[in-house]
Design a protein around this ligand. Structure first.
Ligand code: GLY
Length: 425
């Protein structure tokens, strides 16, 4: 069968790599893909825009594509699933209406509030002066969120009210018409990516991301600088609670609103002393969490995604996982998440993979047969192991083989889990 993957990140390279481990997958086409998918055997890039729904549909129909997997939130929020389904294609990813769970913080918070799903307290503002007046009497730290897609730059955890005011001003100034101001909760963040066909819900392994650019979780927020799975913090009992209190009620609430949500429901949770609470929902696979989760997946990926798209997830046996753990370390371009250069030559991937790691490409492209940088997050070096110590050691040894000018990566990916495990010894 032929599968089409929409997107160009490390997540999409990981999806294509995982799919191609199955003999029944004859070809994966990535739109537009990256330097890694361009050089993966069985994979081909197609240079279409992710919002060229007509072009994508035409290609998929002519090529008899069996499944379209949509990676990023932007085409989902623009209605790619609705369009392709209308053309008769099988699509993994929620409809435009369902994607509001990520595309509108205000919509998602209101859904959670009315369905009794735990989430920090919040207020919604549609004008600057009301938001500033509210902040005059609020207590810091406090969280300011843009109500719309902001490529990972829409959330400020403000340590002071002055910082919160600046964040609100910046969002309105940048054209957002609505902002959400939210209570700041503390604890550890976890990412729960769950498969759903709109009725059944099957969580994947819990993962933890490292959102800040700097070691020790300092500096600016990024799309994610590294991840690991399974996150030991999420015990079976906690996962049961997350399913019961968050995932199932959310899918039910969506269905009650007439939304047939088929795809990934990604719950970004804070595990507080009182229990899990939802910081945000995403309507897609997380990046880089996916790169840490998929190497551990035993059940064929396409069977799971097809079952979601065809509304028969309930009929599948439990998801099977390989033993062990996985760690993914992101290499970024100098300057990211701010401005950065493109076009730097990347070397050492073969040597890195000889050490047992898998390198998923993100912001890369092939230029005159050379792999060069083409984005902020450039590569994801992923390693599995029996223990986190082993997986971390392999990932960093592999990272040492890779070079490009201005390459930056955090040296402490997995620090939380290693210090937790050692303190339990
Ligand atoms: N890793 C965060 C995200 O995918 O949104």
């Amino acid at each position: 069968m032929k599968v089409l993957v929409v997107g160009n990140g490390g997540r999409e390279h990981a999806l294509a790599w995982k799919l191609l481990q199955r003999e029944r997958i004859r070809q994966v086409i990535c739109i537009p893909g990256n330097g890694g998918t361009a050089t993966t055997k069985g994979c081909q890039n197609l240079p279409l825009r992710v919002d060229d729904f007509e072009g994508i549909a035409r290609f998929a129909l002519v090529q008899n594509v069996s499944l379209v997997i949509v990676g990023p939130e932007l085409p989902l929020s623009l209605g790619i699933t609705d369009y392709l389904q209308h053309e008769g294609l099988t699509v993994f990813g929620p409809s435009k209406e369902g994607s509001q769970i990520e595309a509108s913080k205000c919509w998602a918070k209101t859904l959670m509030q009315s369905a009794g799903i735990p989430t920090p307290g919040f207020e919604v503002f549609t004008n600057l002066s009301a938001a500033i007046a509210y902040l005059e009497t609020a207590v810091a730290p406090i969280v300011v969120k843009a109500d719309g897609l902001a490529a990972g730059k829409g959330v400020t955890v403000a340590a002071t009210l002055e910082e919160a005011k600046t964040a609100v001003e910046t969002l309105f100034h940048n054209g957002f018409s609505t902002v959400v101001i939210e209570e700041c909760v503390t604890g550890q963040e976890v990412s729960i990516l769950a498969l759903t066909d709109g009725v059944s819900v099957r969580p994947l392994l819990p993962a933890q991301d490292h959102k800040r650019i700097g070691e020790g979780d300092t500096g600016e927020n990024t799309g994610g600088m590294g991840a690991y799975a399974p996150a030991p913090l999420v015990t079976p009992a906690l996962m049961e609670r997350i399913e019961k209190e968050i995932l199932k009620p959310t899918v039910n609430a969506l269905r009650q609103r007439g939304i047939d949500y088929r795809g990934i429901l990604y719950a970004g949770l804070m595990i507080t002393p009182q229990g899990p609470t939802v910081l945000e929902f995403n309507c897609r696979f997380g990046d880089p969490e996916t790169q840490a989760i998929l190497p551990l997946l035993e059940t064929p990926l396409e069977e799971l995604l097809l079952a979601c798209s065809q509304k028969r997830l309930e009929q599948l046996p439990e998801i099977a996982w390989k033993p062990g753990v996985a760690v993914c370390v992101v290499a970024a371009a100098q300057g990211y998440p701010g401005t950065y250069q493109k076009g730097q030559v990347i070397t050492g991937i073969e040597q890195a993979e000889e050490l047992g790691a898998k390198v998923f490409c993100a912001g890369t492209q092939l230029k005159q047969q050379q792999l060069v940088t083409n984005g902020g997050r450039v590569l994801n070096v992923t390693a599995t192991g029996e223990t986190f110590e082993e997986a971390i050691a392999t990932a960093y040894a592999a990272m040492d083989c890779i070079q490009f000018e201005g390459m930056y990566y955090r040296k402490d990916i997995g620090h939380r889990v290693v210090s937790t495990t050692s303190s339990l010894d």
